[in-house]
Design a protein around this ligand. Structure first.
Ligand code: PMV
Length: 330
């Protein structure tokens, strides 16, 4: 049996219209569509080597051998791809993020997008982008949005094949930046896989879902028209709606810290003073401040002056997940 090996790169993404809650937890088919941007400069690079020389799947993450559930989740994901290729070889997986963990940037999106792209290429599967996106979704929902480049939308779909992301516009379309403002590096109280299961315990979730097509339409149009005011208004409302659900879930999920609220208020004041700045917040306390390249340095300084801000990481809009080296020994 030949050794089959490939390496792929993917960027993490930040959702502008959030995904929260699944219609099908196993297939990670969401209850609502979502829109995100890929984050340039931040990346996961993963090499997958299917080989009979090892007894079982192995996972090395940032140079450290992993065990338990982390390896289990990767193994279960590789099973889908092995099944498609009709092979049963164990895999040696080496993965590296160039961004620190615990900075409020979900590494699972770039991790599963890169893993899926590398594993498919190693097994000589060459799925269309939509199919690669659907496959990545099985590992982590938001990973499907890291497959196409730039501004992407995840369509809910009706089944595995149709629940995938497509590009709204390429990275070059609009010179937005994300200033990831870190107020805590502590580990999340509840991870997103478990969090999605709690979404329905909030009486506000049904209203949030029902209103999602409106938010998606406004956000998509704002992106296509490069209308910052419209974008700012809708992404802030969307993030606050998700946090309203989190706050009113059982158990309650209160992720904000005092500095989180200070940044929210500062961003709204800056915008009323004419600076294009808008916030969005994932299931954590750190705030993503969206702006344009012209205001990057000014906002960096302003954010650094807020009490409780530990650091600011600046990124632009990133391209698609892609294979960077392929290697099939025959
Ligand atoms: O893909 P997951 O299971 O890590 O969930 C992501 C959930 C949020 O980051 C809070 C929202 C989103 O759409 O990315």
């Amino acid at each position: 049996m030949p050794t089959r090996k490939a390496t792929a790169r993917a960027h993490p993404n930040i959702a502008l219209i959030k995904y929260w809650g699944n219609r099908d937890d196993n297939l990670r088919i969401p209850v609502n569509g979502s829109i995100s941007i890929n984050l340039a400069g931040l990346e996961t690079i993963t090499t997958v080597n299917f080989s009979k020389a090892i007894a079982e799947d192995r996972l090395m993450l940032n140079g450290e051998q992993q065990a338990g559930e982390t390896t289990g989740r990767v193994s279960r994901h590789l099973d889908h791809i092995r099944h498609l290729a009709g092979i049963n070889l164990p895999a040696d997986v080496q993965s590296r993020n160039n961004f620190p963990t615990g900075t409020g940037i979900a590494s699972s999106a770039s991790a599963f997008a890169a893993l899926t792209a590398a594993a498919c290429s190693a097994l000589d599967l060459h799925p269309a982008e939509a199919d690669l996106s659907a496959l990545a979704r099985l590992g982590s929902g938001s990973a499907c949005r890291s497959v196409p480049g730039g501004f992407t939308e995840w369509h809910v779909g009706v089944d595995h094949q149709t629940s995938h992301a497509t590009g709204i516009a390429p990275a070059e379309h609009w010179n937005l930046v994300d200033l990831v403002t870190i107020v805590s590096r502590e580990h999340k109280i509840i991870g997103s896989t478990e969090g999605h299961r709690l979404a329905d315990t909030s009486p506000l979730q049904a209203a949030r879902i029902a209103d999602t097509p409106r938010r998606l339409d406004i956000c998509r149009a704002a992106i296509l028209e490069r209308d910052f005011e419209a974008l700012a208004d809708i992404i802030e409302q969307d993030a606050l709606m998700m946090h309203a659900v989190l706050l009113t879930s059982r158990p309650t999920l209160i992720y904000w810290l005092p500095a989180t609220l200070s940044i929210i208020q500062a961003v709204q004041t800056w915008r009323s003073d004419g600076i294009p700045a808008a916030f969005t917040i994932d299931a954590g306390p750190n705030v993503h401040v969206i702006s344009t390249t012209e205001y990057r340095n000014k906002l960096n300084t302003l954010l650094g002056e807020i009490k409780g801000v530990q650091s600011v990481l600046t990124t632009g809009i990133g391209g698609p997940a892609h294979v960077i080296s392929e290697h099939l020994d025959n």
